[in-house]
Write a protein that binds this ligand. Structure first.
Ligand code: ATP
Length: 241
């Protein structure tokens, strides 16, 4: 029997008063896939991730994990369903150490100290720079290191579906390359990832599939390579002529 997608959105709409940030958005993410959402500023990308994480209520539609409607489940319980958001702007605690930030990421888990230690070890393996800086205040990390911490902290909740909101934001090209490489490593280890990015080229090159979001609507979908080769996408999102 073929299993269904891990995540399914069916005609999801999100409104802020009169603004309709998402209009009947339907997407699917299969287990083990990296799926990317590309779109201009204000297209609704963050609203999409927040609605999946339970941080923004939906006006209509359904959000399903493993075929189960999670629409009525509050954000902290969605973490327990395996859905974790690494938000835009990173959301780390600047006045806490790197290690304490990581430990806070595991707060929703009913885990033993040994399991938590293993998760911290896994994060440090993925980002050795964090291991060297574990006692340092998170607010004093470089932008790239803060993004690594945000990713490592999100992994502390043992997600099945990781929602990443613009992990490249404000970072230098070489740092972006490292972050994207680590996202691929996570996918190769079996994690399912929904990635929102303005760096459309890099995101599509990394992703198995992608969707284009324009003023709250999905206007195009396809494999990462098909979208990369699409002349309209190239002209509008990739700066090619
Ligand atoms: P960016 O790439 O600039 O982060 P985005 O694609 O993530 O943009 P959203 O942040 O989801 O877009 O915003 C979509 C629309 O909803 C925008 O018009 C935005 O102004 C509006 N919006 C977002 N959050 C709120 C809010 N809390 N209250 C009112 N309007 C909002």
């Amino acid at each position: 029997m073929k299993s269904g997608p891990l995540l399914q959105l069916e005609r999801v709409s999100v409104r802020y008063g009169a603004i309709e940030a998402l209009r009947e958005v339907s997407i699917e993410v299969g287990a083990g896939e990296i799926v990317t959402i590309i779109g201009a500023n204000g297209a609704g990308k963050s609203s999409l991730l927040k609605s999946i994480a339970g941080l923004e209520p939906i006006a209509s539609g359904r959000i399903l994990i493993d075929g189960r409607d999670i629409g009525a489940i509050p954000a902290h319980k969605r973490l327990q369903c395996g859905v974790t958001l690494a938000p835009e702007g990173r959301g780390i605690f600047p006045d806490q150490s790197v290690l304490d930030n990581l430990l806070l990421g595991a707060y929703s888990l009913q885990a033993t100290a040994a399991e938590i230690n293993a998760l911290v070890g896994h994060g440090f393996e993925l980002f050795p720079r964090l291991a060297q800086r574990q006692a340092q205040w998170a607010g004093t990390l470089s932008g790239g290191e803060q993004q690594m911490l945000a990713l490592a902290r999100a992994l502390m909740s043992k997600p099945r579906l990781l929602l990443l909101d613009e992990p490249s934001l404000g970072l230098a090209p070489l740092v972006i390359r490292d972050i994207l490489r680590s996202i691929r490593v996570l996918r190769d280890a079996g994690l399912t990832i929904l990635l929102v990015e303005q760096m459309a080229h890099q995101a599509l090159a990394l992703a198995d599939r992608g969707y284009v979001l324009e003023t709250g609507r999905i206007t195009l979908e396809g494999s990462g390579s098909a979208l990369l080769a699409n002349p309209g996408i190239r002209a509008f999102y990739l700066g090619a002529h």
